[in-house]
Each structure stands twice: as structure tokens, then as C-alpha cells.
Design a binder for this molecule. Structure first.
Ligand code: AMP
Length: 282
């Protein structure tokens, strides 16, 4: 068994570690996570490694992106398990700050992003992207990587981060990684652990419904009709549907009729107490 990567819990600590690598001429990759790591996260680490000699992974369950009604306290946490998974992919360091290190007494700053943050998730989680943009900006400034890898699982988040980095001219390359799925199509997610066996059996419907709608739209079916059919299919399987939408893949503006250019089908739906999101290119 390989040894777990060293962990820093302060900004000063991770900054000093990265500065030493930089001074030795090494490129640094970064993968921000909320922990409870699965094969999707580890795939991001491998992608980061392809363009950097060193890879830092952050593990921080960010309180500011959860509404008071959401699952912040129940969110799965397993730093010891995460460290041994990160050892298996040879991550070079873990940044696992405390909440007070990230949000000290008197913290009063928020980064807010428009553009791709408007609609979809924001309609259901109004404070989500301000929380994400603020913590991602803080993490990128703390670690100072050359390249940061984000999963397309959170496609809207990926575009929000790309916009944030461009608008603030943060000196980092943002790279997307495709969605890693279970054999039955369910997108890997730390929240899948919440699913009961029955819900787990139903959960792949979300990918199946998106795939069916994408095929229908590609073969000329009216997009709105295909989206309604997908919503109906999910509702019939027991989901409470937040949205199933077709958007431009570059900026998430609504797709034109008839749809053209790079497009993305995005969905969010609740199964019992678990909220699942997924998306596919079209
Ligand atoms: P999280 O820990 O859920 O905040 O996710 C950390 C990073 O891993 C984000 O960039 C996610 O988009 C990415 N990620 C999570 N699940 C997957 C997956 N199934 N495939 C690819 N990337 C993922």
C-alpha cells in the first residue's frame, strides 16, 4: 500500500508546498472536491496528472453553497478513506482546511457570477453559485495551480468556473473531464450513497431519459416535445423533476428552435431525499 499524501490544513501550508515545487520548475495541477471520493474524482486526478508533475486535491465541504434546508451536516465525510484513495492515484498533497481557515470571523466577501449561473440550478438553489464561486476563487488563489480540473457532472458549475477564471483573469487553465458513470449509466456521485436499494435501481432512469430525448431531438423530434417526454418518464418512475432543459453548451443560453450548434441536455430531479443531476452533450 502506498503512503497517503501529506495534508495541509492552512493556506500558508499549501502555498509554501506549491511554491517549493514551482521553484523546482514543476507544473502543478489541482482538483477541488468535497471529499467522499469515488472513481469520478480519481479520474480527475489522473487527468490533472497528464498536464502537471504535481497534483493537489482539496477536500472541503463548503458550507456557503448549502442552503439551511440542504444536506450540509449529513454530507458524507471520510478523510481517512479519501487519503488512501488519493494514495492509490499518487496525489502529491491534500489541502483540507477547516471551516474557520476558509471563513474566519468577520468574513464578508462574496464572488457573484451572472451569465452561465443564471437559471437551471439557480432556480432551485439560489445561493449555490455564489457559494461555489467564492470558494473556488479562494481555493485557486490559495493553491495557485497551473491547471485545475472540473467534472462535467456539474456542467453548469464547470461553465461558471470557466467564466469566473476568465473574468478575474486568474492565471490558471480550466480543464473539463467527462462524466464517469456506473455500468448502468448512473453518474457517479457522493450523494448516491443516500439512495435506498429501490432508489438505486431507479436512479439510472435519469441518464436513460436524457439519452432517449437526445436521440429523439437528433432524429428531428421537436425539442420541447422530447423534453416533456423526458420529464414525464422521470415523473412516472417516481422522481420529482426540477428541470430537464436543452441549452447551448458554451454559455447555457436557451437553445434556439430548431436547435443547432453545440448543445447540452441538463436535468435535476429528486428521488426521495436525494437530489440527482446529470447532463449529456447533443
Ligand atoms: P464534488 O466533490 O461532488 O464537489 O465534486 C468535485 C469534482 O468532481 C467536481 O469538479 C465534480 O464535477 C467532479 N465529479 C463528481 N462526480 C463526477 C463524475 N461522476 N464524473 C466526473 N467528474 C465528477
Amino acid at each position: 500500500m502506498s503512503t497517503p499524501p501529506p495534508t495541509d490544513d492552512t493556506v500558508a501550508g499549501i502555498r509554501a508546498r506549491v511554491a517549493a515545487w514551482r521553484a523546482a520548475g514543476e507544473r502543478v495541477g489541482f482538483v477541488p472536491t468535497m471529499g467522499a471520493l469515488h472513481a469520478g474524482h480519481l479520474a480527475l486526478v489522473r487527468t490533472a496528472r497528464r498536464s502537471a508533475e504535481r497534483v493537489v486535491v482539496s477536500v472541503f465541504v463548503n458550507p456557503t453553497q448549502f442552503a439551511p434546508t440542504e444536506d450540509f451536516s449529513a454530507y458524507p465525510r471520510d478523510l481517512a478513506g479519501d487519503l488512501s484513495k488519493l494514495a492509490s492515484v499518487e496525489a502529491d498533497a491534500v489541502f483540507a482546511p477547516t471551516t474557520t481557515e476558509m471563513y474566519p470571523q468577520g468574513f464578508a466577501t462574496q464572488v457573484s457570477v451572472g451569465g452561465p449561473a443564471i437559471g437551471l440550478e439557480t432556480d432551485f438553489r439560489p445561493h449555490f453559485f455564489a457559494g461555489v464561486a467564492t470558494v473556488v476563487a479562494k481555493l485557486l488563489i490559495a493553491v495557485g495551480p497551473d491547471v485545475a480540473v472540473f467534472g462535467e457532472k456539474d456542467f453548469q458549475q464547470f461553465l461558471v468556473v470557466r467564466r469566473l477564471v476568465a473574468d478575474l483573469r486568474l492565471p490558471v487553465e480550466v480543464v473539463g473531464h467527462p462524466i464517469e458513470r456506473e455500468a448502468d449509466g448512473l453518474a457517479l456521485s457522493s450523494r448516491n450513497a443516500y439512495l435506498s436499494p429501490e432508489e438505486r435501481a431507479t436512479a439510472p432512469e435519469i441518464y436513460a431519459a436524457l439519452t432517449e430525448a437526445a436521440l429523439a431531438i437528433r432524429s428531428g423530434t421537436d425539442a420541447q416535445a422530447a423534453l416533456s417526454a423526458a420529464r414525464g418518464r422521470l415523473a412516472a418512475s417516481g422522481f420529482v423533476v426540477d428541470y430537464v432543459e436543452l441549452r447551448n453548451a458554451e454559455d447555457l443560453s436557451p437553445a434556439e428552435t430548431p436547435p443547432h450548434g453545440p448543445l447540452r441536455l441538463l436535468a435535476a430531479a429528486r428521488l426521495g431525499r436525494t437530489r440527482l443531476i446529470d447532463n449529456i452533450p447533443l
